[in-house]
Design a protein around this ligand. Structure first.
Ligand code: SF4
Length: 324
């Protein structure tokens, strides 16, 4: 059973595998992002080069001035805040059909988390590490609720699987939106039932209600409202209890066909999963094997069983990130 995956459109920091555009002329080689390249459409951007900074260049830094975060280049005494703000708004507004973002970790221009903000232009004192930077802030304003990660956080298998699941689901939604048929949307909703339960059962119910309000005149509104709610659903943090609840619902389909030993094994696996010692894909593969054995077509069609191309399943992990 080969599922077709539509390519998500992903805005990515250009120094991640694309160009030697870092301040010191470096590029970051990231193997996972290289592998992902085959399955997504990347839209690379380097905001610093886009505002006419040279490579190599003296570094920029974020400085807190009068409770406002400014982007400065201390060596040239330039304040690049407004320039960067103008560029990022113009660039982001021009983009169409975006499904997610991958930004460079800790960069003063692209970083989404853990970016140093200094208390003075020339000091070594870090005022805060929480980024509120312009490019990121504008992404949040214009692309509120879209999947956003950085290359470092994607080294954690939990965050990576979540990000991939969301972008491939959003890309499929975009695909069915091209023809806007209610039958496609109903099928989309049905096969994402257990995936959506990972995020929010109440929004999942709301999505069904949106479908139920269909009449021949309102298909455009239905798709548009459904998409907004879908983004809102993915913006909900997954919680292990929600995930286990959803997986248990699938497990229920095999209550009559699994042996006592198989059931015990599954419950033990869930216990390990509860502590995040194995990725979701490990639990899913057990359910998938049973669904294939028992020919459970409804379960086999569920997105949660094939949320993203299998070539992207990786068990490598950075545990440290779970604490962030
Ligand atoms: S982090 Fe962003 S601004 Fe810095 S080099 Fe990479 S793409 Fe350019």
């Amino acid at each position: 059973m080969n599922k077709i995956f539509y390519k998500p459109n992903i805005i990515i920091s250009k120094c991640l595998n694309f160009d030697n555009c870092r301040f010191n002329g470096d590029m970051i080689n990231d193997n996972f992002l290289k592998k992902l390249w085959e399955f997504v459409n990347y839209i690379p951007v380097c905001p610093e080069v886009a505002i006419w900074l040279w490579v190599p260049r003296m570094p920029l830094r974020l400085v807190n001035i009068d409770n406002e975060t400014r982007l400065l280049q201390p060596s040239s005494k330039s304040d690049l805040t407004d320039k960067m703000d103008d560029f990022s708004i113009e660039f982001l507004k021009k983009q169409k059909n975006i499904d997610g973002f991958i930004m460079k970790n800790r960069s003063p221009s692209c970083g989404i988390k853990d970016v140093k903000i200094y208390d003075k232009e020339d000091s070594h004192t870090i005022n805060t590490k929480h980024s509120a930077w312009i490019f990121w802030k504008n992404i949040l304003e214009i692309y509120n609720s879209y999947p956003i990660e950085d290359e470092w956080r994607l080294k954690n298998f939990r965050l990576r699987e979540e990000f991939l699941t969301k972008i491939f689901c959003l890309a499929e939604f975009r695909e069915i939106s091209r023809t806007k048929k209610i039958v496609d949307l109903t099928e989309f909703q049905a096969k994402n039932k257990y995936l959506f339960m990972f995020y929010s059962q109440s929004i999942q119910v709301l999505l069904w209600q949106i479908l139920a309000s269909y009449n021949k005149e309102n298909i455009e509104e239905i798709y548009s409202y459904y998409y907004k709610q879908l983004l809102k659903l993915f913006d909900n943090p997954t919680k292990i209890w929600k995930m286990i609840n959803s997986l248990n619902h699938i497990f229920w389909y095999f209550k009559d066909t699994c042996s006592k030993e198989e059931k015990e094994f599954f419950i033990e696996t869930l216990d390990v999963y509860r502590e995040w010692r194995i990725p979701t894909s490990s639990v899913i593969s057990i359910l998938k094997t049973w669904a294939l054995r028992d020919k459970k077509e409804y379960i086999l069609k569920q997105t949660i069983l094939n949320p993203f191309p299998k070539e992207l399943i990786e068990l490598s992990d950075s545990w440290r990130l779970l604490e962030l």
